[in-house]
Structure formats: C-alpha cells, structure tokens
Design a protein around this ligand. Structure first.
Ligand SMILES: Cc1cc2nc3c(=O)[nH]c(=O)nc-3n(C[C@H](O)[C@H](O)[C@H](O)COP(=O)(O)OP(=O)(O)OC[C@H]3O[C@@H](n4cnc5c(N)ncnc54)[C@H](O)[C@@H]3O)c2cc1C
Length: 499
C-alpha cells in the first residue's frame, strides 16, 4: 500500500449517513452533550483565525475520557471526521470544523488530577487552562514555565497539540521540553500513552512526535507536566533603539555573550504605540524598537545579569535603558507585550497574525523586508516577537469586510513566511500550520519530506478521520500553489506534476 499520499477520492471513507449518525450520537450517555442547533454550534465555526469558518455537523462535549472514547468509536464506525478542540484560541485554523465532521470539545475535562510537589509534576485533564496550572502549583512555590500570551484561556491539550511557547521559553523551553507524559485516545477510541514519569520510557520515544501533532494523531486526555521552582526574584530591562536593525543585532549579541535571559522580546514602534494607548505600559514611543530583557534567579544572580545585559545593550547602541524598580513595574512592562495582539485589534478592524522563525542574527533583515512589503501591499504591519527564539509575529492590519484587502493580507503573509525560509528559518513558530500555513509547507518541505509526514499520520490514523486536510499539503495542493506563485519566471518545485 502506498502510505505517502492520501488515497484518491474513490478510496476515501464513504460520506457519512448524517441522520443515522446524528441519531446514534443522541443515544450516547446523557452526560455527553451534543449540540446541533445552528445557534449552539456557530461559536465553534472558527478558532482565533476568524477569517476561515465552517459549521460542523455537531459539537460534542464529553465530560470524561470514557465518553470521549465512545464518541470516537462511533465516528470511526460511521466514517465521520473529528476535529479536537480546546479553548479555540489557536491562530492557524487547527480547530476549524470540517463540514460533515464533528468538533470534539475537551473543554469540560478540566480537572487537575494531581500535583506532586516532591516529584515537581502536575497531572492534568486536557481542558485545564495554562495559567490555572501555575495558580494551583503556587502554594508549593512551583509553576509551569511555558506561558503563551493566551495563557488565561488556552488549554494544556491545545498547548500539547501546538507545542506552544511563550516569553519564558528561551530559558525554560517549549511545551515539548516541559511535558513528561501524555495519555490519549486513537481514532478508534483506544487508550495510548506516550512518555512516562521516569526519565526514560520503554520502546520508541513517540512523545515528541505527539507534541505538536495538531490534533491529527490522537486526542489528548491527560498530560503530566514538569513544574519548576518559582525564582526568588526577577527584573526586566526596557531598552530603546533608534533603528530596528540595531535592536535585532542586540538580541544576537546578548546570546553571543553567553547570557540566556528569562525573556527576550522585541516590539517595533507601530506595536508600542498601539499597546501604549491600550495598557499604558510606560513604553518609549520615540524608539524605533524596544527590547524587553528579563533576568530571574537569586537577587545576586539577577543583579549581576542585569548589569551584564545593560553593558551589551549599551555597546549595541541602545538610546535608553530602564530597569524595573519593583514587581509592579516589571509586570507593567510585560503587560504591554502580553496585550500586543488585542491592542492590534483596537487600531484595525482585523489583523492577521503571522508566525515564522528565523535565525536571530537575521531579525533586522526580515524587518527591513517587511517594511518594503508594507509599501508593496499597501497595508500596515506591527511587529512583536519572541526575539530570543527568532520567532516573529508580524500583525498585518486589514479590513475583513473588503475582500481585496483580505487577499492582499493573505499574499503579504505568505511572502513573509517565504522570506523566513529564504533567511534560513521556518514557516512555523509556535502557532502550528493548521489550514493557515498549509501552502507555505510546500515551500519549506520537499515532496519526499511531505510523504514522510503522511506516512506518520497514516500510522496513527489510517482512515484519515482525525483533523484531516490540515497541516500536511498533498502534492496536488502544492502543484496548484506552485502554479500560482511564479517568481522571476521560475516555477518553484518544477519536479512536482502539474494538473
Ligand atoms: C491573543 C493570543 C495570543 C497568543 N499567544 C501565543 C503565544 O505566546 N504562544 C503560543 O504558542 N501560542 C499563542 N497563541 C495561540 C494559541 O493560544 C495556542 O496555540 C494554544 O496552545 C491553543 O490552545 P487551545 O486550547 O485554544 O487550542 P485550540 O485552538 O482549541 O486547538 C488548537 C489545536 O490543538 C488541537 N487540540 C486541542 N485540544 C486537543 C486535544 N485535547 N487533543 C488533541 N488535539 C487537540 C486542535 O485540533 C487544534 O489543531 C495565542 C493566541 C491568541 C489568541
């Protein structure tokens, strides 16, 4: 059997008999909620990428793992696709429903099952909110390090599926570095476990394959995460630059000096101005770019690291350096960065958040390219990013009621991602591929690499019912995309058959 590409349409599972399936759904245990009325399912038509929408057949909300397994078995029997969903804060359309499929919401599985302060672990159901983990661990002097800016709402199940990051991931790692064990259900409702509470686990180590698999391999029902001691103290430097390239170079210089800050974030002038009006974080509005550089540890460690970072920043041409004087001021400086996305929503009817990664030393070059693209597409772009990781979040401002503006925004976004690849980076950072970046995957990966991704998907979900048609593009899709993107008279990937 050829595992590389999805089977042709004729071999695909037959279209579900909607009525028989919906009747069977309503016979599930009463605790398992099934929503089918339009007004009930409309809130689930998209995730945080609201430009793409679809209504599902039904939204199913189990209250425990056994019910979730029963739903999966039923969907498998009827050939009905399943899109798992946490809080729906994803920004790449990963949780967008599929017509003729169901949304399996894990939001009601939200118990903290165990906090073990001796092992420094927490075991959680998938619907537990990211911030809630640290709140529950706080009485033990512990916390969960990966902190997406959406942490007040997003769930640990979604974090596992997207391998989410946050401002503290430069020092403490992404989700993949902080999860020990995942329990999940396959599309046939079978329980599988990845990783273990010990340092190693028997057999192939598939935990890292599962983390970042965007709901395409299995449905996460339990997660054990690593907790770490809360640092005694933390301080943040806000450094201003009169030129974005200088700010980008300072990021590379800090890391080259052997310093791994607890957070290293950058915002350009457009972003600081939008944020300042919103949360009054005290940002320098004259600066072309600001850097936020955090140090944490014992008071002595922090004092020493802040002095070293200040010296590097000055040598890189910082025009102003301000160190937080107390915890309130530190949180105030961070409040601006953490509210950058909603602030963009205040200055424009819509914004399109891109997510690509480049080597740190290329930050300045990418920002210059983005400035040129703003002229080319006639749209404004605010730049905020996890500078220490080289993870960029350009926010393209547009009006979604104007189809032409939306098409320009889409093309602008694709160009940014392709520029990331050209500069030695990737089309994905931490928001996943979903449907948003599926075409850009054609630019990044060869047909052979994409075949390998399909083969792994096939090993977990041979019937292609779990979040199908997301994240991995088919050859046909890439050929179609390649046909549309003729550059300098050259077709990308001329080896791909075109139809
Ligand atoms: C304002 C804002 C700021 C953000 N900042 C960051 C940031 O700093 N860093 C970052 O990494 N992301 C960020 N995000 C993106 C988003 O919050 C993360 O991707 C988050 O992990 C999604 O979690 P969720 O529970 O909302 O998942 P959803 O959006 O519901 O789903 C995301 C994906 O996970 C799958 N999924 C969800 N639950 C499960 C499960 N139990 N089992 C299997 N698959 C599942 C879905 O099918 C989908 O593919 C931000 C989003 C917003 C709106």
């Amino acid at each position: 059997m050829n595992l590389s590409e999805p089977a042709a349409q004729a071999d695909a599972p037959t279209a579900p008999d909607r009525q028989a399936f919906l009747a069977a759904l309503t016979r599930l245990e009463p605790g398992c909620r099934v929503l089918t009325r339009r007004e009930d399912i409309t809130p689930y038509e998209c995730d945080g990428l609201a430009a793409y929408r679809n209504l599902p057949l039904a939204v199913v909300q189990p209250e425990n793992e056994a019910q979730a397994a029963e739903v999966l078995r039923l969907c498998h029997q009827h050939g009905v696709p399943v899109v798992p969903r946490g809080a729906g804060t994803g920004l790449s359309g990963g949780a967008m429903p599929i017509t003729d499929g169901i949304v399996l919401s894990l939001a009601r599985l939200k118990k903290i099952l165990n906090i073990d302060p001796y092992a420094r672990t927490a075991t959680l159901q998938p619907g537990v909110r990211n911030l809630h983990i640290s709140e529950a661990a706080a009485p033990y002097g512990l916390y969960y390090a990966p902190d997406p800016s959406s942490q007040i709402a997003c769930t640990i199940g979604g974090n596992v599926a997207e391998n989410s990051g946050g401002v503290h991931c430069l020092k403490y790692g992404l989700t993949v570095h902080n999860v020990l064990r995942v329990r999940a259900l396959t599309m046939t409702g079978e329980v599988v476990e990845f990783g273990s509470l010990a340092l190693d686990s028997p057999g192939l180590d598939l935990l890292a394959v599962m983390i970042g698999s965007e709901g395409m391999f299995a449905v996460v029902t339990e997660v054990t995460v690593r907790l770490i001691p809360k640092p005694q103290t933390a301080q943040v430097i806000m450094a201003s630059f009169d030129d974005v390239e200088k700010g980008g170079d300072a990021v590379a210089a800090i890391v080259a000096a052997g310093i791994i800050p607890a957070g290293l974030e950058m915002m350009d002038r457009g972003a600081t101005r939008a944020v300042e009006d919103f949360v009054h974080a005290g940002y320098d509005l004259d600066a072309a770019a600001i850097l936020l550089c955090e140090s944490d540890g014992t008071p002595e460690e922090v004092q020493e690291e802040i002095a070293r970072m200040s010296a590097v920043l000055s040598s890189c041409g910082a025009t102003r350096i301000q160190v937080s004087k107390n915890e309130n001021e530190r949180l105030q400086f961070w409040s601006g960065r953490k509210n950058a996305f909603p602030a963009a929503g205040r200055v424009s009817p819509d914004y399109y958040c891109m997510d690509g990664t480049i080597p740190r030393r290329r930050i300045g070059r990418l920002l210059t390219r983005i400035e040129q693209m703003e002229q080319q597409y006639g749209l404004r772009c605010l730049n905020v990013f996890h500078a220490g990781d080289g993870n960029m979040h350009p926010l393209i401002l547009f009006n979604g009621n104007d189809p032409d503006e939306w098409h320009r925004a889409e093309a602008f976004g694709s160009d940014i991602l392709e520029a990331c690849v050209e500069l030695g980076g990737t089309v994905t950072g931490e928001h996943g591929v979903g449907i948003e970046k599926i075409n850009s995957m054609c630019v990044q990966f060869s047909p052979q690499e994409r075949d390998t991704f399909f083969a792994i998907k096939h090993a977990f979900d041979p019937d292609r019912l779990l979040n199908p048609d997301k994240a991995i593009p088919t050859r046909a899709r890439c050929a179609e995309y390649g046909k549309l993107h003729v550059r300098g008279g050259q077709l990308p990937h001329p080896d791909i058959p075109r139809f």
